[in-house]
Design a protein around this ligand. Structure first.
Ligand SMILES: O=C(O)CCC(=O)C(=O)O
Length: 262
């Protein structure tokens, strides 16, 4: 159970650094149940996306959708995402009306030559000026639940709020002969074990570290005051009949409300 003091400490850590990690947040049985659902998704997804998986993939998304998981497994996943334990953390970072965006699953690329790469998530939506704007205003939060021990994530603390220095910019944007898989001197590696929870800003400079048996579930949430609802796929939300089976569905109902207002 997190106390009010714990929560404000987490909020301060996130605000200052752009991330925090809670070691051993989930016990072995919680991870085992989650792993069962996620493995069902992952095996079906791999079969259905053979070429993409073999050639270039390092993640999948829309895990809560209806394409690969049966309703019972989807409800289990919705209940994991919106459990009291997870919502304590979500509420610490986004205290007013947090909303569900999506889920992603990160794994090792099949090709061992494929290198992990530095980025800010917002760089895929915005040119440089737009990225500068994005980090000042709106941020999506990732909650990473590693299902096996993994090398984790390398991130640059504080970059959720500040622009890149020259070294960071040239590597991340592949300028001046640099490539995005090069080391950056300000990077901090966060190794993760199954049961840990890593919370980080999608817009800080980061890269996944490939290796070991990595299979990590990322849950993406946003502040409902920000305009992100168009990124949400309807099929990833619980339908009306499922809402009754979710103990605390507010993370999802907030997103559904936002969609209805559009
Ligand atoms: O783990 C990875 O490969 C990258 C992670 C990432 O970029 C993210 O979660 O936004």
């Amino acid at each position: 159970m997190l106390t009010l003091e714990n929560r404000s400490q987490l909020n301060r850590n996130y605000d200052d650094q752009g991330y925090f990690v809670i070691r051993d947040y989930y016990d072995a049985s919680e991870i085992l149940s989650l792993r069962k659902v996620i493995s069902t998704f992952h095996e079906l997804w791999k079969k259905d996306n053979t070429t993409f998986y073999q050639e270039e993939a390092f993640n999948s998304s829309l895990i809560t959708g209806s394409k690969y998981l049966a309703p019972g497994d989807r409800v289990k996943l919705f209940n994991f995402i919106s459990s009291k334990k997870m919502m304590d953390i979500v509420d610490s970072v986004i205290p007013v009306n947090p909303a569900f965006m999506n889920t992603q699953l990160f794994f090792n690329p099949v090709n061992p030559q494929q290198k992990d790469f530095w980025h800010r998530d917002c760089q895929y939506d915005h040119e440089v000026e737009g990225q500068k704007e994005a980090i000042l205003h709106t941020q999506v939060v990732h909650l990473r639940v590693p299902l096996f021990d993994e090398l984790g994530i390398e991130l640059i603390p504080g970059t959720h709020k500040r622009w890149d220095n020259d070294e960071e910019f040239n590597v991340r944007q592949e300028e001046k002969g640099k490539v995005s898989c090069e080391n950056i001197s300000t990077g901090k590696k966060i190794n993760l074990a199954a049961g840990d929870l890593l919370v980080f800003s999608a817009d800080m400079i980061h890269r996944g570290l490939y290796g070991l048996d990595r299979l990590a579930l990322d849950i993406l949430v946003f502040d409902s005051a920000d305009d992100f609802v168009d990124y949400v796929d309807d099929d990833c939300l619980p339908d009306i009949s499922m809402l009754g089976e979710i103990d605390d569905p507010r993370l999802f109902t907030t997103t559904i409300q936002l969609k209805l207002q559009k």
